[in-house]
Design a protein around this ligand. Structure first.
Ligand code: GLP
Length: 241
């Protein structure tokens, strides 16, 4: 793992955007794996600015988001689909038909999960995957567990995650209890990974991810086995390293 530490979220976002733009320049039809949450926001902001300056082009790209809440429709402002439109897609020229987010209102969830994995495979796999990390070491919605998850699955969210994410809802009661999420296997198959973490609340999970024993009790430790991971941190998240 390569670890880089930044003075500000802005400079961190610019570095992440530079990596994404270089990927798209080298391979314009890249398949981007995208994440939600506050961590990737500086990246999306920097990418929008680069796009406005004509420095990055999404016209041939495709994207797959990591996860989505079960039971929220796409026009719900708390849904991850809405988040992505609101923070990135409405500003750039990624063709809508090549944007993929798991559908949390699917009538047949099992079918939706299988179709999502199949679509990733048919697109040629993920070239570059953006990740955040939960305070409990989760990546995407892969919560601490007894074994590493495989393909896209349905997850019961832990109390920790519900509490961490309730800030986006009116109350903890309104946070969905389940989510659809790419598995650790999907993430490990990405050719390159950028993990972004900011703030002191992530310091322990970041330390564990880099130095801990590889174990599903801290899902992010799986990344130690990936050959091409760049970890971008602010000083608070890097505090224990
Ligand atoms: C959520 C998301 C993750 C994200 C994490 C951290 O539960 N499913 O993909 O990485 O929490 O979020 P944030 O960046 O807002 O701290």
């Amino acid at each position: 793992m390569i670890v880089e530490v930044f003075e500000s979220e802005k400079s961190l976002g610019e570095r992440a955007a530079e990596i994404m733009a270089a990927q798209l320049k080298e391979k314009p039809d890249s398949v981007l794996g995208l994440a939600t949450g506050s961590s990737p926001l500086p990246l999306y902001q920097a990418l929008v600015e680069m796009y406005q300056r004509g420095e990055v082009d999404f016209k041939d790209a495709a994207s797959f988001n990591l996860d989505e809440y079960v039971g929220l429709d796409r026009d719900n402002p708390q849904s991850y689909y809405y988040f992505m439109q609101d923070n990135l897609f409405k500003y750039v020229n990624m063709p809508q038909e090549r944007i993929h987010v798991p559908y949390g209102m699917a009538e047949n969830i099992e079918e939706e999960l299988r179709a999502y994995d199949k679509a990733i495979e048919e697109a040629g796999g993920i070239d570059i995957q953006v990740l955040g990390i939960g305070g409990n070491g989760h990546i995407a919605f892969n919560e601490p567990a007894e074994s590493f998850s495989r393909g896209t699955g349905i997850i019961d969210l832990t109390e920790d995650t519900i509490n961490a994410n309730k800030r986006f809802f009116e109350s903890a009661d309104q946070v969905p209890r389940q989510a659809l999420s790419m598995g650790i296997k999907n993430i490990m198959h990405a050719r390159k990974i950028i993990l972004i973490a900011t703030g002191e609340a992530k310091a322990k999970a970041v330390y564990q991810m880099i130095n801990g024993v590889i174990a599903p009790s801290c899902p992010a430790t799986a990344l130690q086995m990936h050959q091409n991971v760049i970890v971008l941190l602010d000083q608070a998240a890097a505090k224990l390293l």
